[in-house]
Design a binder for this molecule. Sequence first.
Ligand SMILES: Cc1cc2nc3c(=O)[nH]c(=O)nc-3n(C[C@H](O)[C@H](O)[C@H](O)COP(=O)(O)OP(=O)(O)OC[C@H]3O[C@@H](n4cnc5c(N)ncnc54)[C@H](O)[C@@H]3O)c2cc1C
Length: 454
Amino acid sequence: MASKSRRQFLVSLGALSAAPAVLAAKTTPSLQQLSADVLIIGGGTAGTITAIQAGRLGARTILVESGSQLGGTTTTAGVDYPGLFHAWTKQVIAGIGWELVTKTVELNGDKLPDFSQQTAKQHSRHQVRVCGPLYAALAEEACLKAGVQLRYYEFPTGIEAVADGWKVRLAGKGTQIEVVAKQLVDCTGNAAVVGMIGLPRRREAVIQPGTLIYRLTGYDRERVDVSALEAKAKEAIKTGALLRTDMNGGVRGFLGSGGHNNMHVMGADSSTSALHTDANIRGRQAVLRIIRFFKSQPGFEKLRIERLMAETGIRETYRIVGEAMITLDDYVAGRVYPDAICYAFYPIDLHDEHGVRPEPLKEGIVPTIPFGALIPKGSCNLMVAGRCLSSDRLANSALRVQAPCMAMGQAAGVTATLAVRQSTTPSKVSLTEIRRTLAEHGAIVPSPSASGLK
Ligand SMILES: Cc1cc2nc3c(=O)[nH]c(=O)nc-3n(C[C@H](O)[C@H](O)[C@H](O)COP(=O)(O)OP(=O)(O)OC[C@H]3O[C@@H](n4cnc5c(N)ncnc54)[C@H](O)[C@@H]3O)c2cc1C
């Protein structure tokens, strides 16, 4: 389009003024008032599913996401291999998360893993590889179809309890909004909303490292002198050109994957913008160190970046103090809580400065998640879903993975909506009704009499 006609076109859309450009006067955005039945903060792995479920049940739903797309760690941090939906070859998590994952696989012409093969010790074989950007697009489409109002680039700046719900102040680019909502669901991964309200949260003095996911290509693994390269890497670590945590699996680990999640960013934290900025900067600095190191080695002259995510993925920050808490003992014993709302299945998976050594569950064990672990202790009209559920640190190292986060998200969407319908708080909603509604929407719900899948 020629520049003159393009300007006329934009003027006709109202995107440009017909008058010549002038310096704009200082503007303060006016306060927009909104109301919702269910307000979800955080459109990541769990929050997206919460919103779709609440919307499908007819709740007036608003989903606030501080980033530019849905999916959170699954998409923006590039952990695009959600797991685990299957345990001991049987499906234990389904519902809306599974629906989106399988749609993504199908539309991209990819393949699901073979779930009939037992993989207790090689759990990664049952994670489903998805195209992250496509997952984000399909999740967005599902939200819109369910009538969910999406609000990207916004975040809460103030939260106040009011009669029958909450008044939440949001800020964003050129916007100031006040939402009055009946139910609030914290899906920020950091229990940020719970913290703003002033309810207790727990965290460790030393948290698990984060990872900036990337992949480098352009070298021939077979033609590399691995021993020589290892010696060079050791030297580089001594001089500070590389950090030991830049390549947890060492040179061999790097060569096998081209990077992937081989790097650890120690202390990476997303609970404030300043901390997340620092984690992103340190992740990118690590990638630069790695590229510069390999580029200077023979055989890596054509090294190039194939993939580099926009955010350092965060494994651990705050967890809530809930009405119930999942302990390591309960998790590894596969306790079926009387108020179980979904299953979870993953090895204990605590990363530290030395890497990670997953500890698989014993054969036949399938842990469950109790409803009480999603309810901040002493709260009203408030739930959480996702990695910040109430759990001890080791149990959380397994519960934080994506399939259980999605299942929790769906349970929170059902419960929040039923609480609105019944003008009550989530802890007073009938468990039978929650379970029935979840099952009607495709979720797999543990039966209270079940004892794992033994
Ligand atoms: C490197 C790495 C590897 C992993 N490997 C696996 C694996 O192999 N398999 C697996 O299943 N899981 C894996 N996990 C774990 C899993 O991906 C996460 O624990 C899970 O995705 C967390 O989901 P969530 O919904 O709690 O949080 P997130 O998906 O992080 O979503 C939180 C969302 O809230 C938004 N948000 C935060 N604060 C605010 C705010 N104040 N206002 C508005 N929005 C806000 C964020 O932008 C984000 O979109 C891994 C994690 C990492 C980091």
